[in-house]
Design a protein around this ligand. Structure first.
Ligand SMILES: *[C@@H]1O[C@H](CO)[C@@H](O)[C@H](O)[C@H]1NC(C)=O
Ligand SMILES: *[C@@H]1O[C@H](CO)[C@@H](O)[C@H](O)[C@H]1NC(C)=O
Ligand SMILES: *[C@@H]1O[C@H](CO)[C@@H](O)[C@H](O)[C@H]1NC(C)=O
Ligand SMILES: *[C@@H]1O[C@H](CO)[C@@H](O)[C@H](O)[C@H]1NC(C)=O
Ligand SMILES: *[C@@H]1O[C@H](CO)[C@@H](O)[C@H](O)[C@H]1NC(C)=O
Ligand SMILES: *[C@@H]1O[C@H](CO)[C@@H](O)[C@H](O)[C@H]1NC(C)=O
Ligand SMILES: *[C@@H]1O[C@H](CO)[C@@H](O)[C@H](O)[C@H]1NC(C)=O
Ligand SMILES: *[C@@H]1O[C@H](CO)[C@@H](O)[C@H](O)[C@H]1NC(C)=O
Length: 368
């Protein structure tokens, strides 16, 4: 008995000393996140580290806001007013990928296709067109680190606030209302703007757009993007990371619907497209909750490839007239109207149907 109690005590003691089994393990985790790009230089000595700690912890200051990548960028813009002077309402027009601000004032066919001519001369609006950062006469900074959707949105916000508060250099007029019109990526930017600043716009129009991104890949493959480093006319002004179109059939596939365009418009477009940055393209993202409550028009060609897969009416539900009707998810609280332009493709402004498109947009904006 004594022996066995001794044996149990020994066994317990043995278990106590050997109870813990540990392993040091090194685990590889493969992850990614949308990390911020900081404009911070690594502190390299004690004084710099202390400076950094003092800078980060100042009451009344936000170090983070200052440390986001940013800077001053020159933006190419065109302001137009009617003959009688500034109008009360200004439209801010944001172009899409593959073009610059001239998309709104196409010189093709003696400006016969100009949206600005219609908005200003026929409807009496003032207009402001701008080249997105990285495009045309705006600066062409690093197409990956700098030219991203969030930065372009801030540029649009800045221009909007300046034109609204009367400090826009050379215009200096306080407009009663500011309205926004976008095309394609420009519609995406306009949507982000009214999502993040729901009171910044009195009315918005998204052209060449819908809530359905199913066919984005067809558009991207079909339009045949090339490197600006291999297109002679862009080599000087656009570094690697900018991409552009050069093949007529690619532009036709992406932009022009069968039977709805002047045959001359295609070679003209080939000569007048503009590069886009890949930093902006990778970020064209899915919609998030939008608190905009103002008037919102979505107007898209019946045969839009990228946003309707070539037919906005094919929806598989007889109770819903078109794919555009499902756009309410983009801005549930907006006063939404949708218009499908018969026979038109994605490049609404370059097609025969532009007159109807321009009338629909301007009547909508006139009413709001
Ligand atoms: C785990 O690593 C530490 C040192 O980091 C070491 O002290 C310990 O003995 C290791 N444990 C095992 C179970 O290898
Ligand atoms: C980075 O920060 C410095 C100092 O604050 C500033 O001068 C510079 O313009 C910033 N650069 C960029 C690209 O944001
Ligand atoms: C534009 O073209 C259409 C048809 O091609 C023509 O009817 C119209 O007069 C033209 N307008 C201008 C301003 O040239
Ligand atoms: C007008 O808006 C611009 C851009 O947001 C801003 O920098 C400026 O301080 C504003 N000026 C006034 C007087 O509100
Ligand atoms: C939108 O509204 C929701 C709910 O009221 C709120 O949580 C969110 O912060 C708002 N977003 C913006 C950008 O104002
Ligand atoms: C396009 O540009 C080329 C080279 O500059 C020129 O020869 C051609 O006439 C232009 N075509 C059109 C339709 O503008
Ligand atoms: C896009 O539209 C197609 C055809 O109507 C439909 O099958 C698909 O579910 C839609 N996707 C989204 C995200 O709405
Ligand atoms: C679809 O949109 C049109 C135009 O905005 C509207 O008149 C119609 O009531 C909508 N129909 C449905 C079922 O949402």
């Amino acid at each position: 008995m004594l022996r066995s109690i001794f044996a149990i005590a020994l066994a317990l003691a043995a278990r106590l000393v050997s109870a813990k089994h540990c392993q040091n393990l090194t685990i590889p985790v493969t992850i990614s996140a949308q990390n911020a790009v900081w404009n911070i230089t690594a502190p390299s000595n004690n004084v710099e580290v202390t400076n950094f700690i003092l800078d980060v912890n100042r009451q009344g200051h936000s170090y983070i806001a200052d440390a986001f990548k940013g800077g001053t960028y020159n933006i190419g813009t065109t302001y137009c007013a009617p003959d009688h002077g500034h109008s009360k309402v200004i439209q801010i027009l944001t172009h899409g990928g593959g073009f610059d601000r001239n998309y709104w004032d196409l010189s093709f066919n003696n400006f016969n296709y100009s949206y600005v001519n219609v908005a200003v001369d026929e409807y009496g609006f003032s207009t402001l067109t701008w080249d997105r950062i990285g495009v045309g006469e705006s600066d062409h900074p690093d197409p990956i680190q700098d030219v991203q959707a969030a930065l372009s949105e801030q540029a649009l916000r800045y221009l909007t606030e300046q034109i609204h508060n009367g400090t826009f250099p050379g215009v200096e007029h306080e407009f009663e209302k500011v309205q926004h019109v976008g095309h394609s990526i420009g519609s995406g930017l306009t949507l982000s703007l009214i999502r993040d600043y729901p009171t910044i716009s009195d009315a918005a129009v998204l052209t060449g757009f819908s809530a359905n991104g199913t066919w984005a890949d067809q558009f991207m493959f079909g339009s045949s993007w090339l490197s600006t480093t291999e297109i002679p006319r862009y080599q000087k002004d656009y570094p690697a990371g900018y991409i552009a179109w050069e093949y007529p059939s690619g532009i036709q596939t992406a932009f022009l619907a069968p039977g709805n365009f002047d045959p001359e418009a295609l070679p003209w477009s080939v000569n007048n497209t503009k590069p886009t940055s890949i930093g902006e393209i990778v970020q064209v993202g899915s919609p998030v909750r939008n608190n905009f409550t103002g008037p919102l028009l979505i107007i898209t060609g019946e045969r839009d490839l990228v946003f309707c897969g070539g037919d906005c009416y094919q929806i598989g539900n007889p109770a819903v007239p078109s794919i555009l009707n499902l756009s309410t998810i983009l801005a549930p609280d907006a006063q939404l109207e949708t218009i499908v332009v018969p026979g038109s493709g994605h490049g609404l402004n370059m097609e025969y149907s532009h007159k109807q498109t321009y009338a629909d947009i301007n009547k909508f904006l006139q009413n709001h």
